[in-house]
Ligand binder design. Structure first.
Ligand code: GMT
Length: 385
């Protein structure tokens, strides 16, 4: 197949999923054309069957705002036509799905023989936040109805889309996936990160880890409050990976609660897989999470997870089996879970092993990529409706 892919290339889990899927499709011999504003950060080096088409955004004094969605539509149409694409797979509805619709109309007018099919994947806030705006709601509903196929990354997100958007078309759930060879348990004899442990936890302190884009919905304040409680009974360190708008407030709260010397802000990191496996427990107290790719990364690495029970998280994390799920904002309960895990090595191992097994059985690359390929084939043959 010849597949166009559009995503946010440098930010967030939807871009990671889109890029990894593109790489996997290319490995299976499909031609994958990324049509994005910038080169996706995991695609810096050459790979067979992968092509990159930058979207040039026109700046002009008359434009108060640059019309990215229109530049994208024009580029999509051009690439689809000249590269003879079979389908365009857009990740995150806004503005990618309306741009794809427009591209499809443009090339239809050119009397192209083959119809360009559109697959839209909903990732999260494209539905849970943007669709709350009435004007976007109509645009998103239109885009789903006009897509040839739409997928959602969890049952939760599909159900929420059904109830709030009421699309006229069926939405397929295809969960996110992870490379379990890249994300794997820490090998005690490994090289690159031994230095990390010596540096972060020189006295053998337990490591609690959190990775995110530090947006308010990630509840960084809860992360710090939970850690301050855990620290009362367990000698531990909190490692924060990522960066974003809540960084300053988070640093401030750590100082107020007198835990600043045990909280390490590592900022954005390229090789998260090398770090996350060093955690004793992973914490994700999000307010909303349609899937929770970060939790999956930890689980694949054999790390137990403590999360809220919101959104798609219960589809990944099983209470008492792979970690614990608590009510949003229940700082005491999450701190209690972490203390329980950190105080019992056999429980930590049992939850960590079960986490990895759950990921291998349900969220492995081969299994999920094949679901996408089957879905594309159904869309191309018109069987998915
Ligand atoms: O919706 C967002 O917050 C952005 C998006 C992203 O690009 O990171 O995150 C969503 O998609 C991820 C990949 O499918 C999911 O793992 C995240 O749970 C989801 N975020 C939210 O629902 C808040």
């Amino acid at each position: 197949m010849k597949i166009g892919v559009t995503c946010y290339p440098t930010y967030g889990g939807s871009g990671v999923v889109a890029t990894e899927l593109g790489i996997e499709l290319a490995k299976r011999g499909h031609d994958v054309h990324f049509i994005t504003s910038d080169i996706p950060f995991r695609l810096a080096s050459f790979r067979e069957h992968i092509y990159f088409h930058a979207v040039d955004v026109m700046t002009y004094p008359v434009f108060e705002y640059t019309p990215y969605a229109l530049s994208l539509a024009a580029r999509m149409a051009e690439v689809a036509e000249f590269e003879d694409l079979d389908l365009l797979h857009v990740h995150y509805a806004i503005p990618h799905a309306p741009s794809a619709y427009l591209a499809k109309q443009i090339i239809r007018k050119n009397n192209r023989i083959k119809e360009l099919k559109i697959v839209t994947t909903l990732h999260g806030t494209d539905i849970t936040l943007l669709a709350m705006d009435r004007s976007f709601l109509n645009l998103i509903k239109f885009s789903i109805d006009e897509s040839d196929g739409t997928t959602a990354v969890s049952k939760y997100l599909r159900n929420r889309t059904y109830s709030e958007i009421k699309p006229n078309r069926k939405i397929e759930v295809i969960h996110n996936f992870i490379d379990t060879e890249k994300y794997k348990p820490h090998d005690e004899s490994d090289g690159p990160c031994n230095g990390f442990l010596h540096h972060i936890a020189p006295k053998g302190e337990k490591i609690i880890m959190h990775t995110s884009n530090f947006r308010p919905l990630k509840r960084l304040n809860d992360v710090i409050k939970i850690f301050a409680k855990v620290k009362e009974s367990v000698n531990s360190k909190l490692v924060l990976i990522g960066d974003g708008p809540e960084r300053y407030n988070t640093e401030q709260l750590a100082r107020e609660l007198h835990v600043e010397h045990d909280v390490l802000f590592l900022g954005k990191q390229e090789a998260v897989s090398d770090l996350i496996c060093k955690a004793d427990v992973f914490l994700l107290p999000s307010e909303s999470e349609s899937f929770g790719l970060a939790a999956l990364e930890a689980m694949a690495s054999g790390v137990p997870v403590v999360t809220t029970n919101v959104g798609g998280l219960p589809e990944i994390n099983i209470h008492g089996e792979t970690g614990y799920l608590e009510k949003l904002g229940d700082v005491d309960a999450m701190a209690g879970d972490i203390v329980k895990i950190l105080s019992d090595k056999s429980l930590q191992l049992q939850l960590g092993n079960a986490s990895r097994k759950r990921v291998i059985d349900n969220f492995g690359t081969d299994r999920v990529v094949q679901l996408y390929i089957d879905y594309y084939e159904n869309v191309l043959s018109g069987k998915n409706n």
